[in-house]
Design a protein around this ligand. Structure first.
Ligand SMILES: C[S@@+](CC[C@H](N)C(=O)[O-])C[C@H]1O[C@@H](n2cnc3c(N)ncnc32)[C@H](O)[C@@H]1O
Length: 321
């Protein structure tokens, strides 16, 4: 996942983090064991340092009985978009670890009740995740938070990979994934009913996936009958990816194919636009398309009715209505 794919927010005041202790607003330093070598908070996405890839302490360096480690999906933004299970998991967590923007999305009561909140700005995914693991290995109940769902371009996989590299096991830290509503579904809901049939997601972030691979994936799915949800569609460094994506889609799909654009679903700056594929390239520089936008490209049957995108499920082929 690229938590790097949302707007950077400057790091605010820092108090010292210990494995069980002080309340912090934003904190880039850990005393929890392993992360002190990691330069995540100062690295920039796409230019990660060797340090950021290093894993420090192993399970043998911790004496305590491990606590819990849960990855929690917050859904699209506002607290009312969180599942009851996600809220309960956060209420139970002693420590909450996340990207600054996601910490800002937490309900006040969750922040107030937590023993400690550890947040870092964008691009600190590896060091931040390791920090969460170290805290769990040190005996704390820890939640790693992210927008949408933890299994959609997010940190659940990284947490398990790092845990394994430390010599740990998922059951030792009682690892659990608490799902959230992914952006594609939140955005689909805002657009009407565009995702009712087979859908694939493609991320245009080349932070972790080479653009050549992203192009291959687009080439593979564009000719097929999928609705396509495009994540991470645009950033200043990713202008060309967006244009290349539009070119590939237009090679295989009619320019009149409906396209829905949702910026900031369920957030204060939410904006929705329904357009067509032929118009999409010129929207690359529009404010509505940025790093908190999901673009939904209809299939050959998708149509626009009363300002809603509709992708038929196929009932019309079997039933009269
Ligand atoms: C790194 S991915 C994380 C996806 C997240 N785990 C999920 O399940 O939605 C970040 C991308 O998700 C999409 N996204 C996240 N929140 C969104 C929102 N509120 N509205 C529209 N798109 C959003 C954007 O495409 C953004 O670039």
């Amino acid at each position: 996942m690229s938590t790097d794919d949302t707007t950077t927010e400057a790091s605010s005041t820092e108090t010292e983090s210990t494995c069980g202790a002080s309340k912090t607003e934003t904190n880039a330093e850990s005393k929890c064991g392993a992360s002190t070598d990691s330069g995540g908070s100062s690295s920039s996405c796409g230019a990660s340092t060797d340090d950021e890839e290093k894993v420090g302490a192993t399970v043998d360096d911790f004496d305590a009985d491990p606590g819990r480690l849960v990855t929690v999906g917050l859904g699209p933004g506002q607290p009312e978009g969180m599942t009851a299970r996600a809220k309960a998991a956060l209420a139970d967590a002693e420590h909450i670890v996340g990207y600054t923007t996601y910490v800002d999305l937490l309900p006040d009561e969750i922040v107030e009740d937590a023993d400690d909140i550890y947040s870092t700005p964008m691009c600190g995914e590896v060091s931040r995740t390791e920090e969460a693991i170290d805290r769990a290995l040190a005996g704390n109940d820890v939640a790693i938070i992210g927008s949408g769902d933890p299994n959609v371009y997010a940190l659940s996989g990284l947490a398990l990979e790092i845990l394994e590299s430390k010599g740990g096991t998922a059951s030792a830290v009682d690892f659990e994934v608490v799902p959230g509503v992914p952006a594609a579904q939140s955005c689909g809901a805002r657009l009407g009913a565009p995702l009712v049939n087979d859908t694939v997601s493609v991320s245009l972030s080349d932070h972790l996936t080479p653009m050549a691979d992203i192009e291959s994936r687009l080439e593979a799915v564009a000719p097929e009958g999928f609705t396509i949800a495009i994540y991470n569609p645009w950033s200043r460094k990713r202008r060309e990816n967006f244009q290349r994506c539009c070119e590939i889609l237009l090679e295989h799909r009619d320019p009149e194919t409906p396209v829905g654009i949702v910026h900031g679903a369920s957030r204060d700056d939410e904006e929705t636009l329904i357009t067509d594929l032929g118009t999409l390239p010129e929207l690359g520089e529009a404010e509505v398309v940025d790093m908190t936008t999901t673009v939904v490209v209809g299939n050959e049957e998708t149509y626009v009715w009363d300002d809603r995108m509709v992708t038929p499920r196929g009932y019309e082929t079997k039933y009269d209505y």
